[in-house]
Design a protein around this ligand. Sequence first.
Ligand code: NAP
Length: 546
Amino acid sequence: MIETPSPSQNKPVTTEQTPLELIVVGAGFAGLYALYRAQASGRSALAFERGGDVGGTWYWNRYPGARCDVQSMEYSYSFDEDLQQSWDWSERYAAQPEILKYANHVSDRFALRDRIQFNTSVIGLRYLAEHQVWRVETSNNDMYFARFCIMATGCLSSTNLPDFEGRDSFAGEAYHTGQWPHEPVNFKNKRVGIIGTGSSSIQSIPIIARECKHLTVFQRTANYSIPAHNGPIDEAYAQSIKADYQSFRALNRQMFAAFGAHSSRWEESVFDLDETARDEKFEARWSEGGLGFSSSFSDTGSDLKANQIAAEFVRNKIRATVKDPIVAEQLCPDQVIGCKRVCVDTDYYATYNLPHVKLVSVKDNPIERITPQGLVVGDQEFEFDVLIFATGFDAMTGTLLKINIEGRDGITLTEKWADGPKTYLGLCIQGFPNLFTVSGPGSPSVLSNMIVTIEQHINWIMDCLDAMAERSANSIEATIDAESNWVHSGNEIAAGTLFPTCNSWYLGANVPGKPRIFMPYVGGFPNYVAVCQEVADNDYPGFSFG
Ligand code: NAP
């Protein structure tokens, strides 16, 4: 028997025989809600958080311009009426500091912080079948035992730092957007290089450009970006939602991605309208801004020809904004719109009209190496004071696979997922009893409003624990058939969409060697919820209890 070291308030002594009910890995929005639900139902729980405080993605992603692409009134918890009534957002799209403040507010309001060990990573999880408990090993060399593990580890929590030759030789300041320092970075009079043109880069470029002496953007794939039209929140609008917040939430839960119920979207095909009428509608949707533009007609998200019309509308907006026609064409994406995550921006394309901002395409001529002074592309060397890697994440599986997770019969998650992630409902993994994933592979996760999905997952897990208690079960595990069917049907749905047509991080294509599987469930949030509900209502088919 291994005992944990000296007890303190959040360092309980646990053993195989006296385990905690729950270990939660991560204290972002998923971990916080899991702790809240555990606390409310009298379950002993402890969370481990790699960061120094709560907030998860909003703790780490502090780069200039970081803000949420889902509108503030929708990107928040719905579980507590007083919480949603009393919190006031200042902008239509909340910026990172405000969202982090909200995460802190929730932690304090519900006294969750006492149950979190910060600056602590879980490095190993091992299922002890004879005791039906998980042994949890942390980066502090502590050991805990718990009946259940909730992996609230986030989908975009392991940064992707490409293995450029000489990468660590750069002598200036180097940053990754997903691990941004807590102190503001001073760009004044500095020559800045930024690699990547995904959401993080597209948000930060206009802000950095305002301050620095010179900015060079290295673009491998041009991305579609829709204007945010951000601004102070319309008070009357916020109050109208608060007057009946539950109905607003319910309406959004019926949406494919669990948000955007109030955004314009048309039932007709893009081909039902003549060009003028069609463009008027696109124009109206462009003026509204934000995510959802690519699926504003019934077929623009699903039919290639319809999608090309929506894509060309955006390309024409880029051509109309960017004065240099060569730069404009370089910024025009050619993939399906919506295949890679669409970005939302403030002044992104217009920034390329500034004389000190330069775009370098590395599509056909990749970055060759990083040098102490900067980087080399072909026969050109660029020199910088600051180099920013906006190169994304090892999404959805990266963080889970970094933890040494050993399930029943000694099988590790790395072995189990060698050919790609496999889950049942995006919640459970065969061979790994009593371990739940939150917004992991097989869940609508990154294709949905994350907070809504998180609440649904945690509610389902907590109901499942209640159901287990009722039947005096000590363990729950997905069956191999149920898992295979879920993976198979997820792949089938994805194959029928336009998603597999480009190299996105949804497919794992951004990380060399990562198996190419479309990871999120693409059947839509309402369908997903219906399946989960059916499983719970019918005594959990696809699971075995022990
Ligand atoms: P990302 O979308 O994966 O973008 C990474 C960028 O780096 C891409 O342009 C990629 O090019 C480029 N890149 C990667 N490796 C490269 C290499 N070896 N050489 C040259 N370029 C390279 O990452 P992200 O911008 O951090 O965003 C990730 C996701 O986080 C988003 O899609 C979104 O879901 C989420 N996010 C959300 C918000 C928000 O809600 N406001 C903000 C930021 C991020 P390729 O496209 O060619 O691979």
